[in-house]
Design a protein around this ligand. Sequence first.
Ligand code: HEC
Length: 194
Amino acid sequence: MRWTRLIALLSLVVTATAAILTLVSATPARRRHVAATSTATKVKRGEYLATVMGCNDCHTPGVLFGAPDFSRRLSGSELGWKGPWGVTFARNITPDLETGIGKWSEAEIVKTLRTGQRPDGSVLLPPMPYQDFAILTDQDAFAIAAYLKSIPPIQHRSPDRIPPGQEATGSILVFPAPGAWDAPRTPPPAGDKK
Ligand code: HEC
């Protein structure tokens, strides 16, 4: 009788220990799973935002010509945007280390999107619409950065900016200096209450 009880007790202890061990060892795996899921959710949100915010329009070849090439998604464009600022080219924003933004941290990408200031301190020129992106919440801005870090790196160097007054060759969209309605309104005209 005593032996039976002892065996029963022992088997209870063994089962309980095994259960505890299983629980303890499973916890980090579960945490890892949760972390992986939340990263995947963040990247998905970033992809959604980058798409509806029009990043592909300028940064993916062919989009503005009605023939997007998503196999080279966000790898920059050789279409020049010429205006009073000179000529700019949408840059390669894939994580390629040499020709893209692979060396930028997520925080640096977020700062550039919101302020137009690159990690080297230089300021982005038109038509990169960072003024619109200034109101991005932390969550959304970091989701876009995580998405940009997750896409396949593509090697492609967009042409360098050309300063005002210098000639450019290739496909160039020309924006004459703005006049009338589009002229910069600073300082605002006196008496304008609107
Ligand atoms: C209307 C066109 C346009 C749209 C839309 C646009 N960009 Fe740009 N972007 C540009 C141009 C042009 C430049 C280069 C500006 C310069 O040379 O100063 C640029 C530069 C950048 C840079 C700096 C890259 C570097 O190497 O210096 C980043 C990062 C960037 N864009 C991210 C984005 C993201 C993310 C989106 C969408 C949320 C976006 N852009 C939407 C045109 C655009």
